[in-house]
Write a protein that binds this ligand. Structure first.
Ligand code: ASP
Length: 334
């Protein structure tokens, strides 16, 4: 009779030992440090029929150059913010994109540029709007974030600030490109898009988003689009995701597209894919707003939905996955 407690306690010890052995076995391996980057070069009416193969090739090559810039920064342990800024600078300097050098023309034949950047780790943000002489608006946006008490500076004040910061100032003629000027003359109603954007997750788990644009061709009266507006065309929050949009800005502003995606994840528990699809392919479609977004979440998942016929887009992740895409029928390969 007296042997029972001994038996029970021995059994208990064995059970506990087995349990701890099992839990030891199950202990998750230390998480692999991961990074992810996604970029866009604008959404629009491009199809296999209307985009010349050599132009398509040029876009794909330029996207890859930009992607590689950010990829290297992230793989070397650099910050998401650096990756976003440097990747976007590459695209701003490339006349192919509607940002920086290749900015589209306003109705009056000028170039007015908008850009924004956001740090998902602390919700800091900076933006410039309607600037005409700053070579790299994305860098000016970052300086507004880090070196001023403000979030957005516009027009002459933004230029003055950029000068004080020692950024490169160019004559407005720098943004003159024959192609964009002709485009304005012909008023190509169907191809007004071409903004650039980048979202990144770094190995420290920080998210960042940035967007830079010449806005919509033929725009008027110091019109400002969604790109420099935090929550509309640009948003990042370490708790959810980083988003950069491209499309008809007037819709992105009123439907607060970038923040809506983050909010759906935060408040409704939707995945990145569910949230971005709902906003771009349902809410925006019903509203009549064409365009798309690129986004990455805190786990490195990527989503690139668009409701136009094409969107220049590319991504890369630490596990070696990457791709550059233009058309709708490439969606399955992402
Ligand atoms: N969203 C930009 C704007 O409305 C244009 C674009 O993405 O093409 O200014």
């Amino acid at each position: 009779m007296k042997a029972k407690p001994i038996i029970y306690s021995s059994l208990l010890i064995i059970a506990l030992a087995l349990f701890s052995y099992k839990t030891d076995k199950k202990a998750p391996a230390p998480e692999k440090q991961q990074w992810a980057i996604v970029i866009h070069g604008g959404a629009g009416g491009m199809t296999r029929e209307n985009l010349a193969p050599e132009v398509e090739k040029e876009y794909r090559a330029s996207m890859l150059i930009a992607l590689n810039k950010g990829k290297k920064i992230l793989a070397d342990g650099g910050s998401a913010l650096d990756a976003v800024e440097q990747t976007i600078r590459t695209m701003e300097d490339n006349p192919l994109f509607n940002a920086g050098k290749g900015a589209v023309f306003t109705h009056d034949g000028r170039n007015e540029l908008d850009a924004a950047i956001m740090d998902g780790s602390n919700l800091a943000a900076g933006a410039v709007a309607g600037v005409m002489d700053i070579k790299n608006p994305i860098t000016a946006a970052r300086r507004v974030m880090t070196n001023s008490p403000h979030v957005m500076l516009a027009g002459a004040g933004a230029s003055q600030f950029a000068k004080e910061q020692g950024l490169e100032i160019v004559p407005p003629s720098y943004f003159y490109t024959e192609k964009r000027f002709k485009e304005l003359q012909e008023i190509l109603k169907n191809d007004k898009h071409g903004t650039v954007g980048c979202c990144a997750l770094d190995i420290n788990g920080n998210l960042a988003a940035g967007t830079s644009t010449g806005g919509m061709a033929d725009k008027r009266y110091n019109r400002i689009g969604d790109s420099p507006i935090i929550g509309a065309g640009t948003y990042a929050n370490n708790n959810t995701c980083a988003v950069s949009g491209t499309g008809h800005g007037e819709y992105f502003i009123r439907w607060t597209v970038a923040h809506d995606i983050s909010a759906l994840m935060e408040y409704k528990g939707l995945s990145l894919k569910e949230a971005s699809d709902l906003v771009v392919n349902d809410k925006l479609v019903k509203a009549g707003g064409s365009g798309g977004v690129i986004c990455v979440d805190k786990s490195g998942n990527i989503s690139m939905p668009f409701n136009s016929s094409g969107m220049f887009r590319a991504y890369a992740t630490a596990d070696g996955k990457e791709g550059v895409f233009v058309y709708k029928d490439e969606e399955g390969r992402q």
